[in-house]
Design a binder for this molecule. Structure first.
Ligand SMILES: NC(=O)C1=CN([C@@H]2O[C@H](COP(=O)(O)OP(=O)(O)OC[C@H]3O[C@@H](n4cnc5c(N)ncnc54)[C@H](O)[C@@H]3O)[C@@H](O)[C@H]2O)C=CC1
Ligand SMILES: CCCCCC(=O)/C=C/C=C\C=C\C=C\[C@@H](O)[C@@H](O)CCCC(=O)O
Length: 256
């Protein structure tokens, strides 16, 4: 898929991996609606884009993905402004093993809401033009990590939901590809603060640190490059791409 003229929606776009996804999509010619709850961070990014003459292809929409109404309003504004949606990156996520219901709400429920809203607008069976959805899972969506059982559960859910929806799309003719990106540790605010967010499992933090030593640490741009691969490679549907400091691989799931 060539990106020039394509319209993308990215959630959690103001910082970290979402910011890097936004930047690489813009660099490759796409137009991006940036959805985020952090208005100051988003405005700072928009100022950066202004300096790179990319601001006219970027639209910040304040949106808390915990609110289905706010996601719907952001989609509506995107379509009113740019005409359609071709690409969706459900990227917003948190780690919080104490407020674990919020973690489920943002990391999994919002991915489902965003995907279903995108279907309404992208589905070829209902007048859409098709497209691609990349959901940000994690290595914890494939390999359980001590210290963050609910986070791990949400990311397993993102992988399973994405793979099931990819099968649905093929079977139903939606014309939409769905893939999951499963990064290891990435140098972002989320990772920096993660050791404070393990709640009752904080004593297990050392095991998480060991993952860092074994797996290596990624930059947000490393992840964005892998997301670009999933967006542009039209042979990829229903994949879970694990990317670690030491390399990347598509998960080989057991066949039924
Ligand atoms: N940093 C890491 O080591 C890894 C992160 N991930 C996943 O990557 C995604 C992005 O994480 P990072 O860039 O590391 O985090 P980050 O904390 O650096 O950035 C997350 C962005 O999402 C936004 N956000 C948070 N809650 C939101 C909400 N309710 N509505 C709208 N926006 C919201 C934040 O304002 C922020 O701009 C998450 O889904 C995370 O689980 C996956 C694997 C590794
Ligand atoms: C434990 C929360 C994980 C959230 C990110 C994810 O999806 C997967 C991460 C995999 C390993 C995480 C290791 C975390 C180590 C922390 O305890 C902390 O030491 C990291 C500090 C960041 C740094 O050293 O650069």
């Amino acid at each position: 898929m060539a990106l020039s003229g394509k319209i993308a929606v990215v959630t959690g776009a103001a910082m970290g991996i979402g910011k890097a996804i936004t930047e690489i999509l813009l660099q490759n010619g796409a137009t991006v609606a940036l959805l985020d709850v952090n208005e100051p961070a988003a405005k700072a990014l928009m100022d950066e884009l202004q300096n790179k003459n990319e601001k006219d292809r970027a639209l910040f929409l304040k949106c808390d993905v915990e609110s289905e109404e706010q996601i719907q309003a952001a989609f509506q504004k995107t379509i009113e402004t740019f005409g359609r949606v071709d690409i969706l990156c459900n990227n917003a996520g948190i780690v919080d093993e104490t407020n674990w219901k919020k973690t489920i709400s943002i990391n999994l429920e919002a991915v489902i809401s965003g995907t279903y809203l995108a279907l309404e607008h992208m589905n070829k069976m209902t007048g859409g033009q098709g497209g691609v959805i990349v959901n940000t899972a994690s290595m914890t969506g494939v390999y359980p990590v001590q210290g963050c059982p609910v986070y791990t559960a949400t990311k397993h859910g993102v992988v399973g939901f994405t793979r099931a929806m990819a099968i649905n799309s093929t079977a139903s003719g939606y014309g939409i590809r769905l893939n999951a990106i499963c990064p290891g540790p990435v140098k972002t605010e989320l990772l920096n603060n993660s050791s404070l967010k393990l709640g009752q499992f904080s004593p297990l933090q050392q095991s998480a640190n060991q993952i860092l030593e074994v797996m290596g640490i990624l930059s947000a741009s490393d992840v964005a490059e892998a997301v670009l691969e999933l967006v542009t490679d039209e042979t990829k549907n229903g994949e879970a791409l694990v990317i670690l400091g030491k390399g990347k691989h598509f998960v080989a799931f057991p066949s039924m």
